[in-house]
Design a protein around this ligand. Structure first.
Ligand code: SF4
Length: 199
């Protein structure tokens, strides 16, 4: 079935069509128009579909997010429905209860939407820009690596390791993203490297 026509929509259209045709065949042509007029509009008909990956666990199920709002006109996307991606090889359209409740996650008022920092001596978090956050992370990593990188161990054997900083990555990524992340982290000499899947 075309992915743009859900089973429910198909059944609604088929039901309306069969009912309308049957009534028309009995000589009630106007009734057919009435039936068509009262068929509930398909709620995803004009939605923008965006493919993504469930954020919760390492299974990394494929999802389709349906949103309103024309991004090309500068409108903000408003996601109002999420379902499993039937074309995704991992989950074939299915979602576990957590994945099925993803819309609540997206709409949650407590979801972190931007970087924040709690500066030394402060007891509150303050919002900062992505640029400031990335610059600060890069600065701190560089300083720590310069101070603690170990080129050789006590026996004089080359080890090229950096063990004073760790990296926590996400497992819900594409193979390509995971490959790049792994290469960058290992290239720095970092040994402490993990993600939520513990793989
Ligand atoms: S839908 Fe469930 S199993 Fe699939 S990635 Fe999300 S949390 Fe994991």
């Amino acid at each position: 079935m075309n992915i743009e026509v859900s089973r429910r929509h198909f059944m609604e259209l088929a039901g309306a069509g069969v009912a309308g045709s049957a009534i028309a065949a009995m000589g009630f042509g106007e009734a057919e128009a009435e039936v068509a007029a009262h068929a509930r509009p398909f709620k995803l008909a004009s939605a923008t579909e965006t493919r993504n990956t469930c954020t919760y666990c390492s299974v990394a199920c494929g999802i389709i997010m349906y949103s309103r709002g024309d991004l090309k006109k500068g409108e903000r996307a408003d996601i109002y429905h999420i379902e499993g991606d039937a074309d995704h090889p991992t989950n074939r359209g299915t979602l576990c209860p957590k994945g099925a409740a993803l819309l609540d996650f997206v709409k949650s008022q407590t979801r972190t939407r931007y970087p924040q920092i709690r500066r030394p001596g402060s007891n509150t978090f303050e919002r900062i820009s992505w640029q400031e956050a990335l610059d600060r992370i890069a600065r701190l990593m560089k300083d720590d690596r310069d101070a603690n990188f170990m080129a050789v161990n006590g026996d004089g054997t080359t080890v090229n390791r950096w063990i004073s900083t760790g990296f926590l990555a996400a497992s819900a990524t594409t193979n390509e993203t995971a490959w790049c992340t792994y290469k960058v982290v290992r290239a720095t000499g970092m040994l402490v490297f993990d993600n939520q899947a513990r793989v």
